[in-house]
Design a protein around this ligand. Sequence first.
Ligand code: ATP
Length: 545
Amino acid sequence: MLKHPVNIIIRGWRCGNYPILTAIYIFAAMASTSNEDLFKNIISHSREYGFIFQSSEIYDGLSAVYDYGQNGVELKKNIRDYWWKSMVQLHENIVGIDAAIFMHPTTWKASGHVDAFNDPLVDNKDSRKRYRADVLIEDHVAKMEAKIQKEVEKARTRFGDAFNEHQFRATHVRVLEIQQKIDAINQRFKTALETGNLEEVRKIILDLEIACPVSGTRNWTEVRQFNLMFSTQMGSVSEDASTIYLRPETAQGIFVNFLNVQKTGRMKIPFGIAQTGKAFRNEIVARQFIFRMREFEQMEMQYFVKPGTEMEWYHTWKETRMNWHRSLGFPEGKHRFHDHLKLAHYANAACDIEFEFPFGFKELEGIHSRTDFDLGNHEKFSGKKLQYFDPDLNQGYIPYVVETSIGLDRMFLAVLSQSYHEEKLEDGSERVVLRIPSFLAPVKCAVLPLVKKDGLPEKAREIMDRIKFDHLCMYEEKDSIGKRYRRQDAIGTPFCITIDHETLQDNSVTIRYRDTMLQERIPVTQVEEILMEKVDMATPLRQLT
Ligand code: ATP
């Protein structure tokens, strides 16, 4: 176990002076747990502390469907709010809508989803496990990339400050060899997908000697396409019923409302429409907890631009979105761009923002230049004009669209997995702490009377009743103060306010900080000020502008 001193705690919630004096060190328990175990711990922690439950758990659950508990719902709401404010509140030319989940079935013909929203699936005949063929190949490539990264890190250690990574990648024989192999696989895979040659996709899997992680064999079935949309019937009498789909993305609700919003909101291009809401996909392989669900929530923004300017806006939104992710203060190197090899049927440029989850770098958000594909097709299928009249050009056109699309649940998992820390303290005890950015934390402050008597609960209630109008706070009087602190650490509460006998005399309280465990004596009148300063969403939002 690697140990290193993290910071200094100032002890002494009983002490009347501020600041308080005794300092001790705590140690963080680092990476003794493997990533797989860590991920398992995160999943069980999130269940134990009311963040996420398996759907219909009492019936043994429903695969890849999850419910958010009392703390999860708050964290999810705060992430959603942060996204919404950064889009709608900070941009005068972006407005929001909330479209229905059900849409006219022709919507999905026009969007291409009925014909092309497929994933290539393949089964291993021995384990009978089903996989996405593209994911098997991508994971194989990722392993090769990891080998290159290992070489890079080795050289960096050897050469120190003199190390030039760019030069190293361009000249090192082994790195070049691996890179050439990667490029060849990518090119072959891209061509196979573009030409719809599924036999070739299977051959790639065989040629790369990819084995089933469960059976260890390479006994693969042929590769088949599988449509991911859920369908149901609308209409009370079966003869009248028509097949409708649960939307697989929220974007189409925005496209079909494009002109309604533009006209009623008197929007001028460029402008954006934002939306958050549920989407449904019958995923072939739904593992990795809330990373890949069959019912999930998206936060999407479609930005309507003049044709020919879309690449400029595509790059602007790439940067804007990356800044949003970085504003959470996670360590450098946790995010990266990944350009798409194979573009979706509607796109002329696309990339993902990937995040390093405990199971590796994976897509967190997609940024796509969707051309005029969607609006053009809706015009064709509906027979209604969906054109914007540009007053500057004195002519109408179908705008081009740049889209940013992020899964709220994936973002939740990114925050949760990054915040989760198992720590060993100097006194030998351990704690699990969620270092969630304060403005996203489910509970902002816990109000804790030291004992359940002597008028302390009444005083604590008085404080609680003042701050609850601005922040979600929790009042707790059961168990020792130490146990209560640990419980708050485990749900990521950034501040605890402790009320003791001195509070009754001089109106001072102890404030304890989650991350440092630092405790300070402050006048009760300062509580609101501190909370306002530390948990206000406006602070990170200001950094974005
Ligand atoms: P993937 O390649 O992981 O299947 P995608 O490229 O199909 O994702 P998009 O259609 O671009 O995803 O959807 C936008 C965002 O919606 C994704 O970046 C992701 O955050 C989220 N998302 C997509 N599918 C799921 C899912 N099954 N469960 C949770 N979130 C999802």
